[in-house]
Design a protein. Structure first.
Ligand SMILES: NC(=O)C1=CN([C@@H]2O[C@H](COP(=O)(O)OP(=O)(O)OC[C@H]3O[C@@H](n4cnc5c(N)ncnc54)[C@H](OP(=O)(O)O)[C@@H]3O)[C@@H](O)[C@H]2O)C=CC1
Ligand SMILES: O=C([O-])CC(=O)C(=O)O
Length: 275
């Protein structure tokens, strides 16, 4: 339905007020998308969150995660990955829509995808910090032979990842690029749950997490989170490079929040461009 046809506004809740959540909240509060209204947020620190939303023109409730569902038609999950199920399950059970940013965590909760497919709720995975999901989805209608991705991040965009800690891989004081991971998207999601959602989105759009291959480099020579993807399929061969300017969270590109705003705008519009 187009926004002009819509009788009621789409009520949106945001779970997690970090780099992504705050940016989306500000855009929605500024009325960037007609027909979409921010009704509630959830955050770890409710006092800080209440102060953040107090400047908005319309009142926005600060609630616990469990209190969000009755307040919204759609929840945007942009919290730590461990909270994914807690945030989206009540919405899926109510046959509502969810937008998932912690995409990596979906691999370890197949029941959530199953619930969305069978029970009437909807999970949206926005393109986020990636490029070319439209081309991947189209190529996946035919046969995709190989998908390879190489990610280069400034070392502070990888700091603290479980894979580095468990394998005693130091990225302190690097003077040249260091390869810190080579494997598939499933193992990357396990080892880098807060850093490589992009490769999981790519896998879900294309050939799945086992066959989507990835190298990760801690590179003191880059200032942007840089993802290069090479795809070979029976319809096209394509190479794409994305250089993401980090947001206030060095792990997260600025474009991620904009991708969610673009998704909401597309959902509300009668004119949709892109696959
Ligand atoms: N799909 C994609 O392309 C991308 C996905 N991501 C993923 O999106 C998610 C959000 O990213 P980003 O905004 O950068 O992360 P941030 O760390 O900046 O924000 C997460 C927020 O969630 C808050 N939080 C922690 N515990 C709770 C809780 N119990 N209830 C509600 N909120 C809580 C944190 O609070 P506090 O700060 O107080 O701990 C923080 O403000 C992450 O999982 C990230 O990996 C990121 C980039 C790209
Ligand atoms: O995938 C992620 O979690 C974040 C990322 O690489 C980026 O923003 O470039």
């Amino acid at each position: 339905m187009s926004q002009t046809q819509a009788s009621k506004p789409l009520r949106v809740a945001i779970a997690g007020l970090g780099a992504i959540g705050k940016s989306i909240a500000q855009s929605l509060a500024a009325g960037k998308i007609p027909g979409v209204v921010l009704t509630a947020v959830s955050a770890k620190d409710h006092v800080k969150a209440a102060s953040f939303v107090s400047s908005f023109a319309h009142p926005v409730k600060v609630l616990t995660i469990a209190q969000l569902e009755p307040e919204a038609d759609l929840v945007i999950e942009c919290a730590p990955a461990a909270l994914l199920s807690e945030i989206i399950t009540p919405f899926l059970n109510a046959k509502k829509q969810v937008v998932v940013l912690s995409v990596g965590a979906l691999l370890f909760h197949p029941e959530l995808i199953e619930a969305a497919k069978t029970q009437g709720g909807v999970i949206h995975v926005p393109t986020g910090a990636l490029i070319g999901l439209d081309a991947m989805i189209a190529a996946a209608e035919g046969t995709i032979h190989t998908v390879r991705m190489v990610t280069r991040k400034p070392p502070n965009g990888l700091a603290g990842a479980p894979h580095l800690i468990e394998n005693n891989i130091s990225i302190e004081g690097l003077t040249e690029a260091k390869k810190v991971f080579e494997g598939n998207a499933r193992d990357a999601a396990k080892g880098f749950p807060a850093n490589l959602n992009v490769v999981v989105a790519l896998a879900l759009a294309g050939v799945g997490p086992e066959k989507t291959l990835l190298e990760i480099w801690a590179d003191p020579g880059v200032v942007r989170n840089t993802h290069t993807i090479v795809v070979d399929s029976d319809s096209a061969k394509f190479t794409m490079t994305m250089e993401n300017i980090p947001s206030e969270n060095p792990k997260t590109g600025r474009i991620v929040a904009q991708s969610v705003i673009a998704l909401l705008r597309k959902m509300q519009s009668g004119f949709k461009v892109g696959t």
